[in-house]
Design a binder for this molecule. Structure first.
Ligand code: SF4
Length: 341
């Protein structure tokens, strides 16, 4: 049997039943693909169901506010996905009359949609012959064909894209694409189960006892340390929050007023006067460590009391009990959970 036939046959036996696999609606497939970028299926599933329930059609998503979309996205991370999702829904609504574009070339022009997502939507929904290449596909192809070109180099990206396209089933490109990704997610995983693999007899990495050597990466991820000092300033009922407007992590989410520092701050006297003006220092939280793909955030929450809240630039005074209405990063959510107990 051919590589593609083996994958499709394996897929028909072992695939997971997932709601976006029972539809060829490009809106639903797009939603699932954006949610599943950088997210595990187990975590993404409940978000997918919530989004479909809240926004049954793309117009419903387009007509809601970005704040509400971010709120639904809260906890999933990589918030630019939610902002792009909303922006794209608006574009489809205004420029395509609410009808999702039907070809790879049109889909790839949408905001937040790269080659992978455009290939997934156009092949799953319209049977277009476009191969998907995601992390799972890199792993399967590099091992099976024994290719050691780094997957994070431009030459490697081109080589794997061409190979994936050559391997693609011309009769059933959508099923093939789903099959190879599922195969990478369940069978040819970082710790694969080669003994039960239907591709084992022709797998080059297996034949050379070099499975773990693939895929090859050229660069190590550079991780940056950042120190966040959140100023929790308020009276008995209220505190201040502010929207993160700059192009940085968590853009357009809400947080407490923030002072970022070069290194850990250990005394409230090191905080900026303008942020804590005439307020009484109460206490500081333990240090929270929050790890993202390229950053390690070390955060402290400095609590201050003021009888009457001063006006702080760009800040919004809200009732503490109303914080649930705002989209906040998981780090802030963790702190709020800890002070509830
Ligand atoms: S034999 Fe192992 S490494 Fe090769 S394709 Fe199968 S699971 Fe992947």
């Amino acid at each position: 049997m051919h590589f593609s036939d083996i994958l499709i046959s394996w897929y028909s036996k072992y695939k997971r039943e997932l709601p976006w696999r029972n539809t060829i609606s490009p809106y639903h497939v797009w939603l699932s693909e954006i949610i599943l970028q950088q997210t595990r299926v187990a975590q993404g599933l409940s978000y997918y169901n919530t989004f479909v329930k809240s926004y049954p059609g793309i117009e419903d998503l387009a007509n809601d506010s970005e704040d509400n979309v971010l709120k639904l996205w809260q906890g999933l991370g990589y918030y630019s996905r939610a902002r792009n999702l909303h922006a794209t829904a608006k574009i489809v609504s205004s420029e395509f009359n609410g009808v999702f574009p039907a070809t790879y070339d049109e889909i790839i022009k949408l905001k937040g949609v790269g080659a992978y997502t455009a290939a997934a939507i156009s092949s799953f929904c319209y049977g277009e012959k476009k191969a998907v290449v995601d992390g799972n596909v890199y792993r399967v192809l590099s091992r099976y064909f024994g290719i050691s070109t780094p997957i994070d180099s431009s030459i490697g990206k081109k080589e794997f894209q061409e190979l994936a396209q050559e391997c693609l089933s011309s009769e059933n490109p959508g099923e093939h694409n789903q099959a190879i990704m599922e195969f990478g997610a369940l069978q040819c995983t970082p710790n694969p189960n080669c003994e039960t693999c239907p591709l084992q007899t022709s797998c080059i990495a297996y034949a050379n006892s070099a499975v773990k050597a693939f895929p090859v990466k050229a660069k190590k991820i550079q991780v940056r340390d950042r120190y966040f000092n959140f100023i929790v300033i308020g009276d008995n009922d209220s505190f201040y929050i502010q929207k993160r407007v700059s192009k940085d992590i968590w853009q357009n989410l809400y947080q407490f007023p923030l002072q970022e520092s070069e290194k850990e701050i250990i005394s409230p006297l090191e905080l900026e006067e303008s942020l804590v003006n005439k307020s009484v220092f109460l206490k500081v939280s333990e240090q929270y460590k929050h790890v993202l793909s390229h950053q390690r955030i070390y955060a402290k929450f400095w609590e201050f009391h003021v009888g009457e809240l001063p006006s702080l630039n760009g800040c919004k005074k809200i009732k503490k009990s109303d914080i649930a209405e705002f989209a906040i990063p998981r780090l802030i959510e963790k702190y709020l959970e800890s002070i509830k107990n």
